[in-house]
Design a protein around this ligand. Sequence first.
Ligand code: SF4
Length: 400
Amino acid sequence: MYAERVLSGMRPTGSLHLGHYHGVLKNWVELQQKHPCLFFVADWHALTTQYDDPQGIVTASWDMVIDWLAAGVDPQRATLFIQSQVPEHAELHLLLSMMTPLGWLERVPTYKDQQEKLESKDLSTYGFLGYPLLQSADILIYRADKVPVGEDQVPHIEFSRELARRFNHLYGREAGFEDKAREAVRKLGSKRARSYTQLRTHFQQNGDRTAIERAHALLDEVPGLAHADRERLCGYLEGTGKMILVEPGALLTAASRMPGLDGQKMSKSYGNTITLREDAASVTHKLRRMPTDPARVRRDDPGDPDRCPVWQLHQVYSDEACQKWVQQGCRSAGIGCLDCKQPVIDAILVEQAPMHERAQPYLDDPRLVREIVAEGNRKARQLARETMRDVRDAMGLNYG
Ligand code: SF4
């Protein structure tokens, strides 16, 4: 119905590490080859847990954008922007908050989890409870049909879908909707109108979602179809009113558990990270000091890779031959731990080399980053304004 669009954001938490690269950024780099993408710095989201200490957010945001560019995110292909620079996110958040039942927010699974996890902070705030709503506004304002998420984030997407449905149900009804929709069908021309009607009947009788997708594809091909008619035809398909907000789809991404220097998941809070642009000497030093199988006290003690965090890194970075070499060498004490670590050190340095190279021009001239983001903010704001115009119209809040 609307242009296909991928949306994904990241909180500015300081320098990104290889866990972010393997878990998110590699995927973004692939997605930007296939779809129009919007990637944003979720600086307002940082405030939901960091409201008492917002000073570092701006610096962390710029650093993070340099990390994205270093990882290969291409501003020619993707739109990079900062959430707070598109204030329409806040307007939609507020309007949605008027119609969101409190119970919907309280039952979002991560709400209680996070509160318990971050128990040192006072998170009994309105902003923290409304966090999933802000996230929904971020998605719905771009009518994004593809949101890359891990399994654990699927309930957030479902929440956004429910909100879009509720909004469309409440505000998508207009006087004479059926007549206007039938008139819009006629405007499609006889052949397209016939196909549209068949697909609509097929969906309404059999609940077949592929019929809906085909009907949306058909509408995409109609030249010069007025915006309001498109909304009516999309809503008419599903038997609702006008479709003003689009129900987003989850683009499930495989879970990536990048191991840190201690074998736990790589995370800043565990202090076990290697940053994306860490210098070679520091990477080498950290890897050489990494703990290994505690049973290998002396060089000639055999070890067990399954009890060693270095082996986990081999599983990410080494080919089959190298992994075999580790398994045999470790179990027979044929190799020492420093020998074993070297291929991992080399692989990480090779992975980082192009990142250093891509980041350098932005470090030399930070204005380049500012310009990229300013252009991204402008593009994102244009899209957000289009949605807000329809939202205000639908809610009767257009003062002309
Ligand atoms: S040889 Fe490799 S896998 Fe075995 S304990 Fe040492 S570092 Fe770990």
